[in-house]
Design a protein around this ligand. Structure first.
Ligand code: C2O
Length: 518
């Protein structure tokens, strides 16, 4: 199935999912946003918490979803396989409990994706070989359909039903590989009620922006003249400011009385929303600063760890032993990416979690730096040679229960971008974000310690920074990475090693017997 099956569960449910690899490639499945309390073996990123499931092999993921409600999703976490291997994970309230908003008449997952007219594995392999940027995708999609503005697929365009006066809950997921996306429905307002499986104070907007990995739950009301309206997604911050019909995917919001499914009639041409321009950062700022947690936020104070991580791309000089065709980045370089100048490299023979648990030496080190090796003006005309990221498998060790703050600072080297930074095994509070260089003297006054949103993926503003906080109460090895997959390839990642605490309830469970080994 494409998209894959929707999993519908309740808060508190335990899941058992047997994954059988019937494909040609190694694969793993990640349950994006599920906290995996003490069940890190079920998290899924390859070579981080498990070795891949080989073709013909299988692995059963067992975990409990607790204290999270709303929309998450699952996806392959191996090379670029998540381009097509993904689906929605819907978490409803426990039996007898209800949503903190009026029950909608319908609920519809809206999964935004990206499609290549090629094998995505070949696309990323080619990029790794040449050092150049990979080919951009050929279409964006909504629920696996590009929509009828592309020439190929009018009949299969996704149709979302609505009735006059009724409310529909759209569970919007950005599953695109490399592209933050705007999302809008013509003539209709959207009321945001949740994001990343945490409820938010409701706010109304005409447009959403989601970075890859993020989800947003919105209520939409059938309060317009019965007709057909496009819902559309288009690139934010795309290098490819390509012509309109190459960058916009559509589905159709269809009022029942305007439907021609049963009768033979000419359905009215859907009304098109006007989407923001690809570089409309103001709209993104207004939108992302509207989020407030609904429940009382428990933001950690009295910090044990105050970290400052730079995130960004780099261009590495061509190594002397490399041929020219392997250095096809700008000016004969190779693209790279890093956090605090370390370009993350995954191990090959053990997963990080296994190496940690079994005390296998030589797989990783725990000297990931708490600060960048040098600070500079990230807004200035940054010299591209300033950072020559060094490859490494470096983890940062956290004591069980430590209260952590991380400033994530975009370096703007090579190109300023909105990096969707995702942390596995945790939700974190986004207590502030802004532009330019983070200033510890001035910017702390902007911290929201009262009702900041709780999320698993933060879009670090273009040319800017974001500050997140969490309590390290989940022992294991947890990767934090940019959710633009090409950036993972280039090394925009690191991992935390969270030590066990005291007693069984603060200790990671033993590995399951069928855990794949390398
Ligand atoms: Cu949704 Cu590590 O990813």
């Amino acid at each position: 199935m494409f998209p894959g099956p929707t999993l519908e569960i309740k808060n508190g449910d335990t899941l058992e999912v047997q994954v059988v690899n019937k494909g040609r490639y190694n694969v793993t499945i990640h349950w994006h946003g599920v906290r995996q309390m003490r069940t890190g073996w079920a998290d899924g990123p390859e070579f981080v918490t498990q070795c891949p499931i080989r073709p013909g092999g299988s692995y059963t993921y067992r975990f409990t979803v607790q204290g999270q409600e709303g929309t998450l999703w699952w996806h392959a976490h191996s090379s670029w396989l998540r381009a097509t291997v993904y689906g929605a994970l819907i978490i409803r309230p426990r039996e007898g409990k209800s949503y903190p908003f009026p029950k909608p008449k319908r609920e519809t997952p809206i999964i935004l994706g990206e499609w290549w007219d090629a094998n995505p594995i070949d696309v990323v392999r080619e990029a790794t070989r040449t050092g150049a940027a990979p080919n951009v995708s050929d279409a964006y999609t909504i629920n696996a359909q590009p929509g009828d503005l592309y020439k190929c697929s009018s009949k299969e365009t996704t149709v979302v039903p609505i009735d006059s006066g009724e409310t529909n809950l759209l569970r919007v997921i950005n599953a695109a590989l490399n592209q933050p996306l705007f999302f809008k429905v013509a003539n209709h307002k959207l009321t945001v009620v949740g994001a990343d499986a945490s409820y938010t104070k409701p706010f109304t907007t005409s447009v959403l922006m989601l970075g890859p990995g993020q989800t947003t739950d919105v209520l939409i009301r059938g309060d317009q003249p019965p007709s057909r309206y496009y819902m559309a997604a288009r690139a934010y911050q795309s290098a490819q400011n390509a012509p309109f019909d190459n960058t916009t995917t559509t589905a159709i919001l269809e009022y029942k009385s305007a439907s021609c499914a049963a009768k033979k009639c000419n359905a009215p041409t859907p009304i098109m929303p006007s989407l923001p321009a690809y570089n409309d950062t103001n709209t993104v700022t207004t939108f992302s600063q509207s989020f407030r947690s609904l429940e009382k936020a428990e933001v950690p104070t009295d910090l044990d760890e105050s970290l400052f991580f730079t995130i960004g791309l780099g261009l590495n000089k061509c190594p002397p032993n490399f041929r020219k065709r392997r250095c096809q980045g700008p000016n004969g370089t190779r693209f790279t990416a890093s956090m605090n100048n370390v370009s993350f490299v995954l191990p090959r023979n053990f997963s990080l979690l296994q190496a940690h648990q079994q005390g296998i030496p030589g797989v990783f080190t725990t000297d990931f730096p708490a600060n960048p090796p040098l600070k500079f003006d990230y807004t200035g005309n940054v010299s591209r040679s300033l950072f020559q990221p060094v490859p490494g498998t470096k983890l940062y060790k956290l004591k069980y229960g430590s209260r952590v703050q991380i400033v994530l600072q975009d370096t703007s080297i090579v190109t300023p971008e909105n990096h969707p930074i995702h942390l596995h095994g945790y939700d974190f509070y986004i207590i502030a974000q802004g532009f330019g260089n983070f200033d510890p003297k001035k910017d702390t006054s902007k911290f929201n310690l009262v009702d900041p949103p709780l999320r698993n993926t933060v879009g670090v503003p273009v040319n800017g920074w974001a500050v997140i906080r969490f309590v390290a109460d989940n022992p294991g090895v947890w990767i934090m990475h940019c959710h633009l997959d090409v950036h993972i390839n280039w090394g925009l990642a690191m991992a935390f090693l969270v030590e066990n605490g005291v007693g069984e309830l603060q200790t990671i469970q033993p590995p399951p017997p069928d855990l794949p080994i390398c």
